[in-house]
Design a protein around this ligand. Structure first.
Ligand code: CAA
Length: 289
């Protein structure tokens, strides 16, 4: 293993280019890293490409970035359907859907792809990082790196160390995230980590309030924005997070902690079943163009 304080990270792999994965790829590319984004098929690659073009296009429109800078940024990102393209990655961040079996199969497969020095991270919101790490032959190099949505905007990244994460892996990841301008915090491996444990009881309560017709969605959101200074109301935030993702997070936390606060409000499941997933599907609590 190379010197833990001077090791250089230049190439980062991101597996899964949904809302979070594409955002994470953008964060690294903005900071000069070469990024290899892996998706399961061409449809996934195309969705990732559109997400990246839309997000960086927004920055161009707002004159935060020139078209040349956008082209350079996008030029640093290679999109592929082949995991073997991750062979030279120093750090791989998995950001696929919240399925423990899928995540474990990826960490198992990475054994045959990356070198022994590569650090492997999962962006899981609520699954056990320890369990995911057991799928790899070197669980000491596995760590949780949990970005917040939208990843290019939110400064917080939670780093989840397991009981076997090597100290130099933690130190390297902290350094890389600080270099990106992020504010990492470190916590242990418990469903929800710090922020979601505190946030999702509140979000779930807002859904129950809406479901019980206690107040309109606009008034619930306005109360928290204008009364408590939150940048978004809870129902608008759920639409941003994705109602399917929110449901999975709540369900996992509920199964692990049995705290009624986290028992998903029934309407959340109904929305997900009906395909109302929030912004990404065009409709959730609100409708989007
Ligand atoms: N992708 C990239 N950039 C985005 C973006 C997106 N989806 N949405 C907004 N931005 C950027 C804008 O381009 C703008 O950038 P500049 O300042 O450089 O111009 C900046 O963010 C502010 O955007 P807007 O002016 O359009 O809107 P806003 O001021 O209302 O901010 C917001 C939008 C950043 C989303 C803000 O409302 C916010 O911070 N909301 C709370 C988000 C939050 O709580 N996230 C955590 C969710 S929980 C989670 O992610 C954990 C999990 O496991 C699910």
């Amino acid at each position: 293993m190379s010197d833990e304080t001077t090791r250089e990270f230049t190439t980062v792999g991101v597996i899964g280019l949904g809302t979070m994965g594409a955002g994470i790829a953008e964060v690294f590319a903005r900071n000069g890293y070469s990024v290899i984004g892996v998706e399961v098929n061409e449809t996934g690659v195309e969705r990732g490409r559109q997400h990246l073009e839309h997000s960086t296009g927004r920055a161009v429109k707002r004159e935060k970035m020139t078209e040349e800078q956008q082209a350079e940024l996008l030029g640093r990102i290679t999109l592929t359907t082949s995991m073997s393209d991750l062979a030279g990655a120093d750090l791989v961040i998995e950001a696929v859907i919240e399925s423990i079996e899928l995540k474990k199969s990826i960490f198992r497969a990475l054994d045959d792809v990356v070198g022994p020095d590569a650090i492997l991270a999962t962006n899981t919101s609520s699954l056990s990082v320890t369990e995911i790490s057991t799928a790899n032959s070197l669980p000491g190099r596995v760590i949780g790196v949990h970005f917040f949505n939208p990843a290019p905007v939110q400064d917080l990244v939670e780093i989840i160390r397991t009981v076997v994460t090597e100290p130099h892996v933690l130190a390297d990841v902290q350094r890389v995230l600080r270099d990106l301008g992020k504010d990492p915090v470190v916590c242990g491996d418990k469903a929800g980590f710090i922020a979601n444990t505190l946030l999702f009881g509140y979000l779930n309560h807002a859904v129950a309030m809406y479901e019980g017709k206690y107040a309109s969605r606009e008034d619930i959101d306005a109360a928290m924005r204008f009364g408590c200074g939150y940048p978004m109301g809870p129902l608008a935030l759920l639409d941003l997070i994705g109602l399917d993702t929110a449901y999975e997070i709540l369900d996992t936390m509920y199964k692990q902690g049995r705290d009624r606060l986290h028992a998903p409000a029934p309407i959340l499941k109904q929305y997900v079943t009906a395909g109302l997933l929030g912004r990404k599907s065009g409709r959730g609590f609100y409708t989007y163009e």
